[in-house]
Design a protein. Structure first.
Length: 389
């Protein structure tokens, strides 16, 4: 939900080296055993932006102070008023991130630093998402997950306003699809935290099932993103998974973050911190691992470790991972195609004009090509899994 690299309670000051702050984050090692599925024999596509410095996305951290002038200032004033209704001691200091749907404000509550998330687009879909996130943070008060998560300070589901503590740490990746492979220690820490979360089993009635698998498959088929054979193969795997867990249907579901991107994981010496719990709930096993696999296109070793980790629980877990992977990759392809079409419609420069700009049209097309290659690899693995039944 947030990421910043400098202090927000005072103007940035020159940084002094601190050996503890730059050391690798320890986490559980990824097991080395696994099956043959999705072991990449070659990179799917050329690295995006190889040799260039990593740059933040358009929704990355902003460095300016609060500007309450103009139409955007009016939105900020409304958001601050919503925060003050539930947390009067919140003193806003900086806009951390802003999009067309939400705004994140960093401020202080007494002696601690907090982050306020306010919804700007009150459409039913986004209102339901932030209410789901508020419900997740409230449940964490009673049932603490095995990974670090921000502490809830105040929330108003009706007004779609959330205030949580600001956790220290640096974001594992500034982009959804990093243009350069993240350090292996960072990837191991992120995968280890996600794996520990997936082993957690909160009370069944605390969270729902955000993803309707048959409906999502049918929807992608209607849009032409899945072929007739893809749809049939995925339905066969779903049927086989249900049969494998027929004696214990609840064991078929795994608690997942639901949006386990590296940009939603903060790394600190005390351990990884997961933020943005809008889509947390029960999924088929391996959904979070499939998300990490999909965005680590330039890290084949990490992908191999993730696929092996997803398969170690047996054929049913492997099939669930493959179903999740096909759906995640198809969703990423749809997202990327929309971004490419938007870029083609715009008559702007061919490349990013400043460090915070979105990737260029050429980078988006390269990413789209890589995602199609990944989807073909996953499709072959799905067909091989169906053939073993």
């Amino acid at each position: 939900m947030y990421a910043a690299s400098s202090s927000v309670s005072a103007p940035p000051r020159p940084l002094r080296p601190h050996p503890a702050a730059r050391g690798p984050v320890r986490s559980a090692e990824v097991p080395a055993q696994g099956g043959p599925y999705l072991a990449p024999a070659r990179p799917a596509a050329a690295p995006l932006g190889a040799g260039r410095a990593r740059r933040p996305t358009a929704n990355g951290p902003l460095s300016g102070r609060l500007d309450l002038s103009g139409p955007q200032g009016a939105q900020l004033r409304t958001a601050i008023a919503s925060v003050h209704r539930i947390c009067p001691e919140f003193h806003p200091v900086q806009v951390l991130r802003r999009s067309g749907r939400t705004v994140l404000l960093v401020g202080t509550t007494g002696r601690s630093t907090a982050v306020a998330k306010c919804l700007l687009d009150h459409s039913p879909l986004w209102s339901e998402r932030i209410r789901h996130e508020i419900a997740a943070y409230r449940s964490f008060v009673r049932h603490r997950p095995p990974v670090r998560a921000p502490r809830l300070i105040a929330a108003d589901p009706d007004d779609c306003t959330l205030v949580i503590e600001r956790m220290p740490g640096r974001v594992a990746a500034l982009q959804r699809h990093p243009v350069e492979p993240p350090p292996r220690a960072d990837v191991r820490a992120a995968v280890g935290a996600v794996y520990r979360l997936n082993q957690w089993r909160p009370p069944n009635d605390t969270f729902g099932k955000p993803l309707d698998y048959p409906r999502r498959i049918s929807r992608f088929h209607e849009l032409g993103l899945l072929t007739d054979r893809d749809m049939g193969d995925l339905q066969k795997l779903l049927h086989g998974i249900a049969q494998a867990y027929a004696s214990n249907p609840q064991a078929m579901w795994q608690f997942c973050h639901g949006d386990a991107l590296l940009s939603n994981i903060l790394l600190s010496p005390a351990g990884p911190v997961l933020v943005d719990w809008e889509q947390a709930g029960w999924y088929l096993p391996g959904y979070d691992l499939a998300t990490l696999w999909a965005v680590l296109g330039d890290a084949p070793v990490a992908r191999r470790d993730i696929s092996q980790l997803a398969q170690q629980a047996g054929p049913a877990a492997r099939d669930a991972f493959l179903v999740n992977l096909m759906l995640v990759l198809t969703c990423e392809i749809r997202r990327c195609e929309t971004a490419v079409q938007r870029t083609l419609r715009d008559s702007g420069p061919t490349g990013p004009a400043h460090p915070g700009a979105v990737p260029s049209g050429e980078e988006q097309r390269l990413l789209l090509r890589r995602l199609h290659d990944d989807c073909q690899m996953a499709r072959r693995a799905v067909r091989a899994a169906v053939g073993t039944r």
